[in-house]
Design a protein around this ligand. Structure first.
Ligand SMILES: [Zn+2]
Length: 193
């Protein structure tokens, strides 16, 4: 899978969790204004990095060596190690570690259709060499359709944010901090979703 599909599907999955959480809490009559801003649950930068992490590592390290874009970054061992490291470093800011680890798992989940060296480096894999060039790959329906759907997901999310009158600049500025002050002002006069 390519970037638009990975990022679009991952962000959309998170957005769906937000929407369901909102509906669930609203049905239970909890203050709908205060809980409608679900995006507070994860850092978008961490989610973005996690959702592309395995490919950033493997495309840089292994593609020139093995001819395959899936290597140690897609293995179980690396998954566990990087998750533990991020968890340890960002323990106090759960928006970061939840975003990163969720993004990483979504990446692997979305890659399930193809070869994954799960047990690398404990197993000697025959890495299948990619025969098609990038231009040939992008012309395959399974590739370009996923990219189009991924892009549609991202556009939908942006539209949802605009409808909720989310102040983008402030949101992105505060994305990595624990305190999200823009939510306070939104909660005060937020009557929308
Ligand atoms: Zn991948």
């Amino acid at each position: 899978m390519y970037p638009f599909a990975h990022i679009g599907y991952t962000f959309f999955a998170v957005e769906l969790v937000f929407i369901f959480t909102y509906i669930f809490k609203k049905l239970r009559n909890k203050d709908p204004v205060a809980i409608q801003w679900g995006i507070r649950y994860v850092s978008l930068y961490a989610l973005l990095l996690g959702s592309m992490g395995p490919d950033i590592i493997d495309k840089a390290i292994s593609l020139p060596i093995t001819g395959n874009g899936r290597y140690i970054g897609h293995s179980l061992l690396f998954n566990v190690v990087i998750s533990m490291i991020v968890l340890a470093i960002f323990w106090k800011n759960k928006r970061i570690w939840i975003g990163f680890i969720f993004g990483w798992q979504m990446h692997i989940l979305l890659d399930l259709g193809g070869f994954i060296p799960w047990l690398f480096p404990f197993v000697n894999y025959e890495f299948p060499v990619r025969e098609l060039s990038f231009l040939e790959m992008i012309q395959l329906p399974s590739v370009y359709l996923n990219e189009i759907f991924g892009a549609i997901c991202l556009i939908t999310i942006i539209v949802l944010y605009v409808l909720r009158k989310v102040p983008f600049r402030k949101m992105l500025k505060e994305d990595l901090s624990k305190k999200l002050t823009y939510l306070v002002s939104l909660d005060k006069n937020g009557k929308n979703i």
